[in-house]
Ligand binder design. Structure first.
Ligand code: SF4
Ligand code: F3S
Length: 367
């Protein structure tokens, strides 16, 4: 009973079938995918996974039992799948939640189905199923951090999964999350356990570097050449790009099927959709923040342009300037002269050190 995609490479059976699962289903961990307050964008993204393909995921990797967007069962028949998995496979199944969890009015703003004819709220389901899961994944920015469904004024009291659950939650944000981020994290959980996570419980393998450091237009930023409207081929920083403060691998992973495009390449700024404060913290999307926080630095975008122009004219070069602004040069200098290699002398005060310090000071580096 129950698996949405029954036997190994066999298309027979389906939702609501009463056949017992074949032996190989028992080796694949059950997966319960709950859609709560969501636009379903992450499910659609997941259905488009190519490496591995969706059918590889559901036939070879996991035993997908519940994903209501592709199920025919409803009411008690559907929620019965959740109850049976909870009773029989406690501690084995992976719970994936897509969407945030409304808490106002005892969670009645989001009912995922019925149980004994009564509403079964997302709040109840996430708490019950999350407490007994082997792993909990919050997929998409709404599940991970609240996201658009918790944007001001947040009438339903929507919260991130982690805020309603004591268990550890692995966050895979994105609006929507990239198919590779979802399938890759799931594969890691099944085959190798929990991946290395950052401070926001995001897998470092996907969220370990800023968009800005991976961006194909970075050389324009370094040279102080900025687009004045979306669609232009230069750096989108002054058009509101949140790439410098956004950690994700979009520039080289890319989107649209066979990894063909991503926002900046399509001529629009990154709006920081994976960030914990998205969307409220990213708006207005197409205006740069007056004092955007670059890693280790607070800098005004107009001053970036002005100072870049002066320094370029002086022949110092934009690349050096951007490295100074972002703190990359001092870090590189420090790293380069770290005591990793025995016998290497640590140089703290080079002429470059003094140049870096004085330029950072003039640009307003944080104390
Ligand atoms: Fe790319 Fe945006 Fe950084 Fe410019 S500010 S280099 S467009 S990530
Ligand atoms: Fe989102 Fe920015 Fe990537 S808007 S999709 S994190 S480029």
């Amino acid at each position: 009973m129950f698996s949405l995609f029954h036997s190994h490479r066999s298309r027979s059976g389906g939702a609501g079938s009463s056949a017992e699962p074949p032996a190989e289903n028992k080796k694949r961990p059950p997966v319960l995918w709950l859609g709560t307050n969501t636009c379903a964008g992450d499910s659609i993204s997941f259905l488009n996974t190519l490496g591995p393909g969706f059918l590889d995921v559901v036939y070879d990797l996991v035993d997908l039992r519940y994903l209501h967007f592709v199920m025919t069962a409803e009411g008690d028949m559907a929620t019965g799948i959740l109850e049976k998995t909870l009773a029989e496979r406690s501690g084995e199944y992976i719970l994936i939640v897509e969407g945030n969890v409304p808490t106002r009015s005892n969670g009645l703003y989001c009912v995922i189905g019925t149980r004994s004819g009564k509403p079964y709220t997302a709040l109840e389901a996430v708490r019950e199923l999350g407490a007994a899961a082997r792993h909990v994944m919050a997929v998409g920015t709404c599940a991970a951090f609240g996201g658009p469904y918790a944007a001001r004024p947040n009438p339903s009291g929507g919260k991130a999964v982690q805020e309603v659950l004591d268990s550890r939650v692995i966050n895979v944000p994105g609006c929507p999350a990239h198919p590779d981020w979802i399938a890759g994290t799931l594969a890691h959980l099944v085959w190798r356990g929990e991946p290395e996570l950052d401070a926001y419980n995001r897998p470092i393998m996907f969220y370990g570097e800023t968009i800005h450091n991976l961006c194909q237009r970075r050389h324009y930023f370094d040279s102080g050449i900025f687009a004045s409207r979306p669609g232009e081929p230069w750096c989108m920083y002054k058009e509101g790009c949140k790439g410098p403060v956004t950690y994700a691998d979009c520039p080289y992973r890319q989107w649209n099927g066979e990894h063909v495009n991503w926002p900046v390449k399509a001529g629009t700024p990154c709006i920081g959709c994976v960030n914990p404060d998205f969307p409220d913290g990213s708006t207005p999307f197409f205006e740069h923040l007056p004092d955007i926080h670059l890693p280790g630095v607070v800098v005004n975008a107009n001053r970036v342009g002005a100072v870049a122009g002066v320094l370029t004219a002086m022949g110092i070069g934009g690349h050096l300037l951007a490295n100074i602004i972002t703190g990359r040069l001092p870090r590189t200098l420090q790293k380069g002269f770290s005591p990793a290699k025995p016998g290497v002398k640590i140089l703290q005060k080079t002429p470059a050190h003094y140049l870096v310090k004085s330029l950072q000071k003039s640009l307003g580096k944080k104390k």
